[in-house]
Design a protein around this ligand. Structure first.
Ligand code: MGD
Ligand code: MGD
Ligand code: SF4
Ligand code: MO
Length: 745
């Protein structure tokens, strides 16, 4: 077993180097020398923040140098999300502030000599135009025809604005493109979601099973640290991945599964655990319902049966099932996070939830803990009028178990030929690059062509801004106050973000933007505080703190009301499911017309000469939001395509050669990508990192670097239960030469 030092280290103040979990755990660039840090210690001018480079939201400190310039960000020792240490992306977040390609001024699309261009505008002009168009949309189609797509801390303000205006059509890509299937599956089983940060008690686990979840490349901070600690303490890691991931490199078992077949493995594990009586009998008897039906259901799903589907040897399936049982209840079959893979994702994650229930891990030390969240007071504002029509009314009966609006359904509602009951004619897009985030780009662009209004609120000239009628430049998270972070964790806590510097150029915070716009729409009663810090102080006073205190400490952690992190021995627990039990058999799914127990369904295979396109994360980037970050592009400025040596030989491909990828529908990538020949990927798949291949010239560092997975995801397998967009059913082949006119320049 490797020591902790070898594992993915998250940077700490005083640490000269960052060791990241990429590839061979190579040491990457020094972000700050110890000399610089010494200088810093003398010059301690720091302000608190929580990081916006990804959605783990680590709390930290922003330091300025002697010239008063933002210089460095480090973790806050008191914070449960990061324990004082930031990941490479969080440390590199300074680059978001200094990026000279940032949006600098509001922009309005105009027609000049037959050509569409943006002209710089004042905030007032931009707001006038938006308000006029919003009023038009409301009177022509009803206010529900405005939708908001949003991701990140500004979401709350634009949500208030849209609800006040009369629409509840507000979608986040973190639902239907990310963790929606998981949360619905966990709800159906345990009556509770898996939360963010996940309530996985990795720190004390004895066995961690990762289905895909590539922790270490997926750099969600506390989770990476806890996994590293668990490995030090001897935990068994079982990694199921067609690729030898960083986590696989730390695992006792790597199961290089044939992609799209995980359900068969999960069913075979259930079979083993039930028929060998490995399951936690007392727990199942006390807390679960539907055991006999589950037992009958998995009777024939033997390891031999699964071997024929997954290519994982029966003996490996047996051994790993026994490992889980030996560790039970301190075992976690990780719920995953980005789980929108093959369209049967809610059912696959139901299988994961059921396995955890059989192993008795929910509510147990080393399994899943009970989260605690600080309940902040909300300042009274007028009640929102219930919208006349909801998002479910657009396509009646579709995605019946979705508990949040489905982004792709709102996009489909902007395409006339889909016959929506009512159309979506206006979009607010805040902090999400829909062109890269939503698969089937042709559909997204078709929807955009049908809009009367598209407003993009962003910090960078990302692809989505290029399609907007009005672009509103937000300042970065380092230049603004934001909502107080109260994410659930082991203990309730509050974290403050405050500006370390004035907004650069003509940029503003989301709060200010939403409030000013509310005035133009006659809705200013929903934003009673002129300054956001007044609202924060009001909330903090109610919480027994103050803005002044939080500016000094950044994070305030409270004790739990009771000693109930885990279930007590023989505790009677009422689960929030219909039956009050953990539902192994889901009457809820059955009632909605879906399988009450998960089933294996075979997925499409690549045609001859094609390979399944799979994708994931790099430790030093977050989706497309960091692609142009000067600090992070220094660490990695393009993606590569991982190709198995057998395949490379067949095609005559060499490492470092640039090629194009072409998918099953004839789509060829705009740009070329470097080949990486490696044993670490199965022969039937190729792998790329998401977030590269930008075609926006205004982003000088990332333009034309690498390829975009989204461009190749034209076959989308939509989950009929909740609308999640399965994106891993696309197949690519290699193009070594591309005609001149086809190359984007
Ligand atoms: N550095 C960094 N960290 C991040 C992010 C980031 O952008 N950058 N984003 C964050 C967010 S929002 C999310 S949702 C998470 C996403 O991260 P995860 O939830 O970990 O995403 P997955 O899709 O499970 O993981 C990708 C892995 O799935 C494997 N895989 C592909 N197909 C299959 C298959 O059929 N079966 C199995 N078993 N494995 C398969 C791939 O080889 C790859 O290793 O990461 C978070 N952390
Ligand atoms: N093909 C493909 N699609 C995917 C995924 C994938 O792996 N492959 N992953 C899926 C997952 S798991 C997720 S969670 C989603 C993520 O989807 P998104 O959150 O849409 O991801 P990004 O592409 O990073 O887009 C973030 C946008 O926010 C902007 N931004 C950054 N900071 C701020 C800010 O402070 N204020 C404002 N207003 N804007 C800001 C960035 O410039 C960028 O335009 O994508 C999903 N879609
Ligand atoms: S995990 Fe890294 S990028 Fe994400 S919030 Fe924490 S420090 Fe920032
Ligand atoms: Mo995600």
């Amino acid at each position: 077993m490797a020591s902790r030092r070898d594992f993915i280290k998250i940077s700490a103040i005083g640490a000269g180097v960052l060791a990241v979990g990429a590839g061979a755990f190579k040491v990457i660039k020094v972000l700050s020398s110890s000399e610089e840090i010494k200088k810093l210690v003398v010059d301690l001018k720091r302000t608190p923040t929580y990081c916006e480079v990804c959605f783990w939201k680590c709390a930290g400190w922003v330091y300025k140098n002697s010239e008063g310039k933002i210089w460095k960000i480090t973790g806050n020792d008191e914070d449960q999300h990061c324990n004082g240490r930031f990941c490479p992306r969080g440390t590199g977040g300074v680059g978001m502030y200094y990026d000279e390609d940032r949006l600098k001024s509001p922009l309005i699309r105009v027609e000049e000599r037959g050509k569409q261009v943006f002209r710089e505008a004042t905030w007032d002009e931009a707001f006038e135009l938006i308000a006029t168009k919003m009023k038009d949309i409301s009177s022509k189609y009803g206010p529900e025809s405005m939708a908001l797509f949003t991701h990140g801390s500004g979401s709350g303000y634009f949500t208030t604005l849209l609800k006040a205006y009369g629409s509840g059509n507000i979608a986040e890509p973190s639902y239907a493109q990310c963790r929606g299937p998981r949360d619905e599956a966990f709800f159906a089983t345990f009556g509770e979601e898996a939360y963010s940060p996940e309530i996985t008690d990795i720190r004390d686990t004895r066995c961690l099973v990762l289905i895909g979840s590539h922790i270490g490349e997926n750099m969600h901070n506390g989770q990476v640290q806890e996994m590293s600690d668990a490995i030090d303490k001897g935990a068994v890691i079982i990694t199921v991945d067609p690729r030898f991931s960083t986590a696989a490199g730390k695992a006792r078992y790597w199961l290089p599964i044939k992609p799209a077949t995980d359900m068969a493995l999960l069913l075979a594990w259930m079979h083993e655990i039930i028929y060998n009586e490995y399951y936690d009998k007392k727990y199942v008897e006390k807390y679960c319902s539907g055991f006999e039906q589950l037992k009958a259901h998995v009777k024939d799903f033997t390891p031999e049966w699964a071997y024929g589907i997954t290519t994982i040897k029966p003996d490996q399936i047996r051994k790993t099932a026994k490992e889980m049982a030996d560790a039970s209840p301190a075992v976690i079959v990780h719920p995953g996070r980005h789980v929108t893979w093959y369209g049967d994702d809610t059912q696959r994650i139901r299988a994961v939830a059921i396995l955890n229930a059989l192993l008795g891990s929910w509510g147990r030390r080393g399994g899943f803990y009970r989260p605690a969240k600080f309940a902040l007071a909300s300042f009274p504002i007028p009640a929102f009028k219930a919208p006349a029509r909801t998002w479910q009314d657009i396509f009646p009966g579709k995605y019946p178990i979705a508990s949040s609006p489905v982004s792709n359904a709102l996009i489909d509602a902007s395409v006339a030929e889909n016959n929506p009951v009512y159309p979506v004619k206006g979009w607010f897009v805040n902090g999400t690059n829909l062109i890269f985030t939503i698969p089937n780009q042709a559909n997204t662009l078709k929807a955009i062509q049908n809009l009367d209004l598209l407003v993009a609120i962003d910090t960078m000239p990302m692809e989505i801004t290029g399609w907007a009628d009005v672009v509103l430049p937000e300042c970065t998270y380092l230049e603004r106050y934001d909502i107080l972070r109260v994410s659930p964790h082991r203990k309730p806590a509050i974290a403050l973000r405050m500006p370390a510097a004035e907004p650069m150029n003509n940029t503003r915070s989301a709060y200010w933007i939403a409030r000013e716009l509310s005035k133009k729409l006659g809705l200013s009663g929903y934003f009673p505080f002129e300054k956001q810090e007044e609202l924060l102080d009001w909330q903090l006073q109610k919480a027994g703190s103050s803005l002044e205190e939080m500016q000094r400490i950044g994070v305030k952690t409270f004790e739990r009301d009771a000693d109930d992190l885990y279930f007590a021995e023989d505790e009677n627990v009422e689960f929030s499911t219909d039956s009050g039990k953990i539902e192994l058999y889901s009457a809820f799914f059955e009632g909605a017309g879906f399988d009450p127990l998960p089933k294996y369904v075979a997925h499409e295979e690549p045609a001859e000469g094609f390979y399944r396109l799979i994708y994931g994360r790099a430790p030093m980037h977050t989706f497309s939001r960091t692609s142009n970050n000067p600090n992070l592009t220094d660490l990695m400025d393009e993606n590569s395509v991982w190709v198995n040596p057998l395949v490379a030989k067949e095609w005559g491909l060499k490492s470092d050669q640039y090629i194009w990828l072409k998918n099953q529908d004839g789509i060829i990538t705009d740009f070329s990508v470097k080949v990486r020949v490696t044993e670490r990927i199965r022969w039937d798949s190729v792998y790329i990192i998401h977030g590269f291949g930008h075609a926006q010239k205004q982003m000088k560092r990332c333009f034309g670097r690498g390829v975009s997975d989204t461009q190749l995801i034209t076959n989308v397998l939509v989950d009929p239960l909740m609308g999640g967009t399965g994106m891993r059913s696309n197949f690519v082949t290699f193009v070594t030469e591309k005609a001149e006119q086809e190359v984007v320049s």
